[in-house]
Ligand binder design. Structure first.
Ligand code: BG6
Length: 488
């Protein structure tokens, strides 16, 4: 099946931090893929900006090396590579001084009427200084918009400062705070599933749902990012943004329409209804040496090259939402590095049947579960009880109604950045976080951080390649429930 492609208007994408990791791994390959899909008009341009004094040829060589590394060979025909190279330009400019900014202004001068997308793929410390210069050099005008990577701040106060600096130059309707989880195909499917089917919504509440689990497990460690990661930890890196966004999409009321503010208003209400967290509803962990993908792997401290760190690489939380729909329904959240598998999924467990007419010989009746798998093997499974086939007695077992997106549609699953970057060009903010959402998320996270920073208790150790500290298992088991490990 072919996916439908609609050409976007000509644009100029200006990437600050163009030689960095995010540009190489995600942004440049994503733009190449959209170009290969014939969605990028001929006149569109990409300007890389960084401090390095590179020639255009050197930048092009770096960009195309990134494409070769991250786009499979059969998806990069020579004809696309040739036109993609023509789009690439480079300006050496410094975020913290005026050096190079006249050059950037000159480069952008012919494009005053176009959508100009300024993408901040730099450390957050540079967002303020770049914004200030975009304003001073008159580059933030008209049709210009800005894309800001997470983390927006490291707590509520710093997020407010960053947002203030941005708002001096860009009005909110031109600010795109990216959370790449919202660009994942299955995450959007969650909205389709909930709001384009009459089946689930009547059951989507405390009367019928027992609990919800959201797991984002990674098998990799912190890789080359230990420096950043140690200042963040899993709560800031994953929970404040990706996990809370997933929770919002599961828990929000049906928006009146699929418009940016209608969706974001509903997500905001969920964030504001989160019950403040207290012990013992959280567990934080840190991995020790162990095994992953069959081989030995070092512990977090060894990867960090430090003797000691209180940074958590794993978090499990029992979250409650204080509103009519969700009162009494726990949302168990769990995320970590170096876990047993790479799997992200949302599991909705319905309440058990009120009465079983079957005798003990039929086996236990398991509650229905709806499993939404974000990665890998994107798909949805609805687990139902059925009768074991055959002429014997009445024996029951759970069997899934199974929809794998890969095998059902046979299309390449685009990377989240492909969709999100073109949404910016199209001016569609639905899948981006609004300022009040980000600040509401921090308002809920801040007291947890505060409490952890004052606690003498270090993160609980767990062996790499497992499902995290045993306390995380206890967190859910004391409620008589279990984690749905790799629950598909
Ligand atoms: C990023 C985090 O936002 O998301 C990383 O900073 C994490 O630490 C990554 O590895 C996970 O994204 P994905 O798309 O690979 O699940």
């Amino acid at each position: 099946m072919m996916s439908r492609v609609i050409l976007v208007e000509p644009f100029v994408l200006v990437v600050f931090g163009a030689t960095g990791d995010l540009s190489r791994r995600k942004l440049i390959p994503a733009m190449f893929q959209r170009d290969a899909a014939d969605q990028v008009p001929e006149a569109a341009e990409i300007i890389g900006v960084s401090r390095a004094k590179l020639s255009r040829e050197q930048f092009v060589a770096q960009a195309m090396a990134a494409v070769e590394e991250h786009v499979p060979q059969n998806e990069r025909p020579a004809i696309v590579a040739k036109r993609f190279v023509k789009r690439l330009h480079y300006v050496a400019a410094d975020a913290t001084s005026d050096s190079g900014w006249e050059d950037l202004a000159r480069e952008l001068a012919p494009f005053k009427d176009r959508a100009i997308v300024f993408y901040f793929a730099t450390g957050p410390a540079f967002y303020g200084p770049i914004c200030e210069r975009l304003g001073r050099f008159n580059l933030a005008q008209g049709n210009a918009r800005v894309v800001v990577e997470k983390p927006v701040g490291k707590d509520g106060e710093t997020a407010h400062e960053v947002n203030e600096a941005i708002s001096q130059v860009f009005p909110e309707d031109r600010v795109y705070r990216i959370d790449h989880y919202l660009g994942k195909e299955t995450v959007q499917n969650l909205m389709a599933l909930r709001f384009a089917n009459g089946l689930f919504e009547p059951l989507w509440n405390a009367a019928h749902i027992d609990h919800v689990q959201i797991t984002v497990a990674e098998s990799l460690g912190v890789e080359g990012r230990a420096g950043y990661y140690d200042t963040a930890g899993a709560l800031r890196d994953m929970v404040q943004n990706h996990m809370l966004q997933l929770l919002c999409l599961v828990a929000m009321e049906p928006p009146g329409q699929l418009s940016a503010d209608a969706v974001r208003d509903e997500k905001l209400k969920v964030l504001r209804a989160l019950k403040p967290m207290t012990a013992p509803n959280w567990v934080r962990g840190q991995y020790r040496a162990g095994a992953s993908a069959g081989g030995p792997v070092p512990g977090y401290l060894e990867e960090l090259g430090a003797k000691e760190s209180q940074t958590e690489t794993f978090v499990a939380l029992k979250v409650e939402i204080e509103n009519w729909r969700w009162a009494g329904v726990p949302f168990y959240l769990r995320t970590g590095k170096r876990l047993a598998e790479r799997v992200s999924e949302i599991v909705i467990t319905f309440r058990p049947v009120p009465h079983s007419m079957f005798g003990p010989e039929t086996g236990p009746i398991q509650p229905n579960r709806l499993v939404i798998r974000l990665q890998p093997d994107e798909g949805v499974k609805l687990w139902l009880m059925i009768k074991d086939p055959g002429p014997g007695g009445m024996r029951l077992r759970p069997v899934p109604l199974d929809m794998s997106f890969a095998s059902s549609f046979n299309v390449r699953n685009p990377d989240a950045y492909e969709r999100l970057m073109l949404d910016v060009v199209r001016g569609n903010q639905t899948l981006f976080m609004r300022r009040d959402e980000v600040e509401a998320a921090w308002a809920w996270i801040d007291p947890i951080l505060e409490s952890w920073s004052q606690s003498p208790e270090p993160p609980k150790p767990y062996t790499a390649g497992t499902w995290g500290p045993s306390a995380a298992i206890a967190l859910i088991e004391r409620d008589g429930r279990t984690w749905s490990d790799g629950g598909m």
